[in-house]
Design a protein around this ligand. Structure first.
Ligand code: SF4
Length: 394
């Protein structure tokens, strides 16, 4: 099932955080729910899975992404040992680690020797009031110290740097959002920014506060106005939007790992809730880790992953969903090669219907179909519209 030499990426999920942020629906345990010994046992199990996975490979991974949770909960030594078998196969072209600002220390520079070449920091905002709304445990001073420290490490290691920012936070004005971007760029000079708009996920603390009227969300028009302003401002500062939420200073600054997701290239995920996808001609095998650290620790390696075969129309739908969020859009030759049917034939009437509207929503050439910035604003509706071509007639 795991290709020995074909291109493959690896995602590693570290399911621990210090505290749960108010908006977060990812699977992770806050510090009040685990002890150091549990983290060490998790590390041992994960290491064993990485070793066994690497033993199935003859070629290096294309890219590796350590995410979470907060991988900074593991010690630098633990992180280095996870990367050892991966590096022994040969260096991946990109190894990224997410880390929360309050977890970064000078010791993390040692990870450069283990192949780490990209770091991604969850900043979210540089206004204390908005950090409080988001329920982040890192304070503004942690952010500033972390960005300063990472800046010095980057000078020695050449690491690429992504910072996550959040917009559409209740109480945030357009000026606040633009000031966050300006402050971040002048403090950290990141080569990549991920800019997300806050979504309220069911079951989170934030959802409970919104439900009790303690927080008022921005309406759709205000959200659109804020996003438009931020997108334009990032372009002016030299960050090109290459995916709906991702902006890079240059082609070399793009996140190769995420580009592989958006292209539906093969990847494997290790750890609770980590997902992987392996193409099987025009179908795909989805592998997902169970959402429980305890189950993960009790089972043998690889015993807590579920599998599901995605049918051709589901893979097509996923390709629309992923690729239409990128500036490159759908590669029509690739589509034909993978699914055996021309994109233009399959979606002819849906694309024609979009063409009739007043807005310029897409660009369509012989080689590619992609959304304009106007199209990206309504991309969910466009994807739903195109997907109607994939449903069998009732
Ligand atoms: S640190 Fe990240 S993963 Fe952990 S609770 Fe906050 S947002 Fe979620």
């Amino acid at each position: 099932m795991i290709p020995a030499h074909a291109p493959l990426s690896l995602y590693i999920h570290i399911p621990f955080c210090r505290e749960k942020c108010a908006y977060c629906a990812f699977y992770s345990l806050p510090q009040s729910m685990y002890e150091c010994s549990l983290v060490e046992r998790f590390h041992q199990n994960l290491l064993e899975e990485i070793r066994q996975l690497c033993a199935m490979r003859t070629h290096p991974f294309e890219t590796v992404f350590l995410g979470g949770g907060n991988p900074g909960i593991l010690s630098v030594q633990q992180l280095c040992t996870l990367l050892e078998p991966i590096q022994a196969l040969g260096p991946p072209c990109e190894i990224t680690m997410e880390i929360n600002p309050e977890s970064i220390t000078a010791e993390h520079e040692a990870l450069a020797g283990s192949g780490l070449n990209r770091i991604s920091i969850g900043i979210q905002s540089l206004r204390q009031q908005h950090l409080d709304t988001l329920g982040r445990n890192a304070k503004l001073e942690h952010m500033v110290q972390a960005l300063d420290l990472v800046g010095r490490m980057r000078k020695r290691t050449g690491w690429r740097l992504n910072c996550d920012l959040m917009t559409c936070i209740p109480g945030q004005s357009v000026t606040d959002a633009l000031d966050d971007i300006d402050d971040l760029v002048s403090l950290a000079e990141p080569d990549h920014i991920s800019l997300y708009n806050l979504t309220v996920e069911e079951g989170t603390q934030l959802a409970r506060r919104v439900g009790s009227d303690a927080l008022v969300l921005l309406d759709e028009d205000d959200e659109e106005k804020m996003l438009r302003s931020c997108w334009e401002h990032l372009e002016v500062l030299g960050f090109a939007q290459y995916e709906i939420s991702n902006f890079a200073r240059s082609l070399q600054s793009r996140c190769i790992h995420n580009e592989r997701y958006w292209n539906l290239d093969d990847y494997v995920g290790l750890g609770p809730t980590a997902a992987g996808t392996i193409a099987c001609s025009d179908r795909a095998l989805r592998i997902t880790g169970a959402p429980s650290v305890h189950a993960y620790l009790e089972g043998k390696p690889f015993s807590t992953y579920g599998t599901e075969m995605l049918h051709r129309h589901e893979v097509m739908e996923e390709q629309l969903l992923m690729s239409l969020r990128t500036s490159d859009g759908i590669d029509k030759n690739r589509w034909l090669f993978r699914f055996g049917v021309p994109f233009d034939d399959l979606f002819a009437s849906q694309v024609e219907a979009l063409r009739g509207g007043e807005l310029n929503l897409f660009t369509d050439s012989d080689a590619r179909f992609s959304l304009t910035k106007e199209g990206l604003m309504v991309c969910d509706a466009i994807i739903l519209h195109l997907s109607s071509a994939l449903r069998p007639p009732s």
